[in-house]
Design a protein around this ligand. Structure first.
Ligand code: SF4
Length: 327
């Protein structure tokens, strides 16, 4: 049995302008120890998918479908049941570490609180474990960090604290939403390596939300490409990079910055913008930006199984043109 089974997950928001269809019936599984990358541009539904899984949608959000974690349905669970699961078995690292930490509590007290609350550890034991975890995330002088407040630490240090907090209870599932976006490249790389190591050591599954395909290549086993709240393609990471089957995936890969393109002034961004989620087209949602669009694309394609764990949502049998190599 998969650790996490998501089926036909739909998320919408009632707004004064109408209903925003943020996630439109997506399904995926996640196995223990596996890292699945959710990728796509802003507004593709990645973050709303993650928030829906753990019951943290905004108040005007509506969710339907099924989210089974270790066989237990999470959608419709009471707030107290869900917060128990969230704290001890599922952790989330948010994009902005500074606003996710409590500014009025020391780092140590925040970490200790997680352990005393969710693991019933005594304070002394919890402090030792928290300090050890800060050491594991390569924060120098963990004892000193424990006594400091978030504003006394750099953004990179706070993000390491968030990762320590996320892994403190050895969750079965870690949901990481753009965990390194705000950090400089060196720290990004260290933190991604660290998450990979810790996942391997403790069999923690990771759902990694990112728009950074370099991070995906280094950390993920499988990738789900999302656009306008729908799945466009799902594949193993090597297959996706070597042989994308969907025009949107091809466009994302071709838009990865490359030194040779920068020198020649060639930019390969996907033209146009994602559709308005208040009014998603009835046919293929990518049709207005797709260079291969044809008559049939007025009908919405299904998410078709291609074998060997690959899926795509596109009427084309194969991409017509050879993709420009991404180095
Ligand atoms: Fe492009 Fe048509 Fe495929 Fe959509 S269904 S991605 S418009 S070719």
């Amino acid at each position: 049995m998969a650790l996490l089974e998501v089926r036909d997950l739909t998320v919408s928001f009632d707004t004064p302008d109408g209903v925003v269809h943020a996630v439109n019936g997506i399904s995926f599984d996640l196995d223990p120890g596996e890292t699945l990358g959710l990728v796509g541009e802003s507004g593709s539904g990645k973050t709303q998918t993650a928030l829906a899984l753990i019951g943290l949608l905004a108040e005007n959000g509506k969710v339907s479908g099924s989210v089974r974690f270790r066989g237990q349905e999470l959608l419709g669970m009471s707030t107290s049941e869900l917060s128990r699961v969230r704290g001890s078995k599922i952790s989330m690292i948010f994009q902005d570490p500074i606003s996710s930490l409590n500014p009025y509590m020391t780092i140590g007290d925040q970490l200790v609180e997680v352990l005393t609350h969710h693991r019933n550890l005594r304070r002394r034991e919890a402090r030792a474990r928290a300090e050890e975890m800060l050491h594991q995330v390569h924060l120098n002088d963990p004892g000193q960090r424990m006594r400091q407040y978030p504003h006394e630490l750099s953004g990179g240090m706070c993000q390491r604290v968030m990762i320590a907090m996320g892994l403190l209870c050895q969750p079965d599932l870690l949901i990481a939403d753009e965990p390194t976006t705000a950090l400089d490249v060196t720290v990004q790389s260290q933190i991604n390596t660290l998450m990979g190591e810790l996942s391997e050591q403790s069999s923690t599954a990771i759902l990694l939300i990112t728009h950074d395909l370099g991070v995906v290549a280094g950390l993920c086993h499988r990738v789900l490409v999302m656009y306008a709240g729908q799945e466009m393609e799902m594949a193993g990471v090597d297959d996706l990079f070597a042989d994308p089957r969907h025009p949107y995936t091809e466009g994302l890969l071709n838009s990865v910055p490359r030194l040779d393109r920068a020198r020649s002034g060639i930019l390969n961004a996907i033209p146009g913008n994602p559709p308005n989620l208040l009014d998603v087209p009835a046919g293929c949602p990518f049709s207005s930006r797709c260079r291969y669009a044809f008559d049939r694309c007025r009908e919405r394609p299904g998410f078709e199984a291609l074998g060997e764990g690959r899926f795509k949502r596109c009427h084309l049998d194969a991409l017509p043109a050879a993709r420009e190599e991404v180095g």
